[in-house]
Design a protein around this ligand. Structure first.
Ligand code: FES
Ligand code: FE
Length: 441
């Protein structure tokens, strides 16, 4: 494992000095590295693909990506979630060409092979005349992935020997429960995810969301000036915790200065407050009650933001949970899927406020989204050249001397007081290095 090499002889492990906090920019721009990520990360571990509320009924399906492979995620007649590769076993044509819908089966548009949702081949036009008697349909199912869910999130993997999903998530599960299952019915996705393409390496999104509270007051200065951020205090991220979980997962949770008044549980309506108080454990309630921002990443490529933003003076602040997936499209490009979620039991006015607040701040029209996107696109461009790739090292030294400190934080994981740290980013790179140099195939 130690010796995994690029074709010029550079060892992957020599691109990172995680003890000192330096990482070569080659990890962002190199096409060989990219291919290794596809094989050793996206084809090996559980990858989030959808939320259960997107396919509530039998026959519902959505098209998603595991790495660079398009998959059909569907709910079968039996109510089970299936994930299959969207490529016909006859000649590779996608068998499903609509981003979402409802269908009991998929018929290939090229020659008409028909597949069940679980990938089984059930129909071949002119079967006998064309292929004769020896053609055994049961051998030509679509390539099947395993599916598993946690807290309403659907994950898939093509790796038959991947350890159970819950093991991969580790202590992040506690936080997913808090964000996605704080009422009996849980969260639901509003509408379809927005999709757009950015000329950025996918890892820049993950690196930002997992731990970069530090960029807020520079990158998002205009949001601060507009007083969208409830507290204009530039030390705001100091009033929070930075939490590293197992296997590259991590998040930061920020309330605000102690004197700053925050409505409980992100300002949800009173009847939702009551539902939360019934459903969550005292520890969960203590953590969740006084927060304004959660940012984090489910390793490798699904980030989340649970944000509260001021609306007009004197009006109720709006808040929402957004999930966003950074789908790799080569070393210098990604496609973003961005969802917004809200409590299923919430009244319509709250759902509408959440949706409006989201489209103003994140998603393809959101001002903070555009601030971030500009940075990641420019980083990808500026670090692409031969000199940058061979000489430039990124600095990951913020908080490097700081020891974990639980304080009175009630949640699990490795906890740091104050969210100005790069521990979570280093945690991502540790996992990245482990997966890329893992020789236990
Ligand atoms: Fe699908 Fe031929 S490619 S039936
Ligand atoms: Fe940002």
């Amino acid at each position: 494992g130690e010796d995994v090499c690029l074709s010029d002889g550079t060892k992957v492990k020599d691109l990172l000095d995680l003890d000192e906090g330096y990482i070569s920019s080659r990890v962002i721009g190199d096409p060989e590295i990219h291919q290794m990520e596809i094989e050793k990360i996206f084809s090996k571990i559980w990858i989030p693909v959808a939320h259960e509320s997107e396919i509530p009924n039998k026959g519902d399906y959505v098209l998603r990506f595991i790495g660079n492979e398009e998959v059909i995620v569907s709910r079968s007649e039996a109510g089970v979630v299936n994930i299959v590769l969207n490529a016909c076993t006859h000649r590779g044509s996608p068998v499903c060409r609509s981003e979402m819908g409802n269908s009991s089966h998929f018929r290939c548009p090229y020659h008409g092979f028909t597949f069940k949702q679980n990938g089984d081949l059930i129909g071949v036009p002119a079967h006998k005349e064309a292929f004769g008697d020896g053609f055994d349909k049961s051998q030509y199912s679509l390539v099947k992935a395993r599916a598993a869910t946690y807290a309403g999130l659907i994950f898939g993997t093509f790796n038959e020997s991947a350890p159970p999903l819950e093991e991969q998530l580790g202590s992040l599960k506690w936080y997913l429960d808090m964000m996605l299952q704080h009422t009996n019915e849980g969260m639901e996705v509003i509408g379809a995810p927005q999709r757009w393409t950015v000329k950025s390496n996918w890892k820049l999104g993950a690196d930002n969301f997992v731990g970069d509270a530090y960029h807020t007051f520079m990158t998002h200065q205009s949001a601060v000036q507009l007083k969208l951020v409830p507290s204009g205090d530039p030390k705001f991220a100091f009033y929070g915790v930075h939490v590293s979980c197992e296997n590259g997962n991590g998040l930061g949770l920020i309330g605000g200065p102690p004197e700053y008044e925050l409505p409980p549980f992100y300002g949800v309506p009173q009847d939702i407050v009551e539902k939360i108080e019934q459903k969550l454990t005292p520890e969960h309630q203590k953590a969740f009650r006084r927060l304004a921002y959660i940012h984090g990443n489910i390793y490798p490529n699904m980030s989340f933001g649970y944000f509260s933003w001021a609306t007009e003076d004197g009006k109720h602040p709006g808040s929402y949970l957004t999930l966003r997936q950074w789908v790799p499209k080569g070393p210098h490009e990604m496609e973003v899927f961005s969802w917004v979620l809200v409590e299923k039991e919430a009244p319509d006015w709250w759902k509408e406020l959440a949706r409006e607040t989201y489209v103003r701040t994140f998603g393809s029209s959101g001002m903070l989204e555009q601030d971030d996107t500009e940075m990641w696109k420019n980083i990808t461009r500026a670090t692409k050249g031969y000199i940058a790739q061979s000489k430039l090292k990124f600095i990951y030294r913020m908080g490097i001397d700081r020891k974990p400190e639980q304080g009175d934080w009630p949640g699990p994981g490795t906890v740091y007081q104050g969210d100005y740290s790069e521990a979570n980013q280093l945690n991502i790179w540790h996992q990245w290095q482990k997966l890329l140099t893992d020789s236990n195939e």
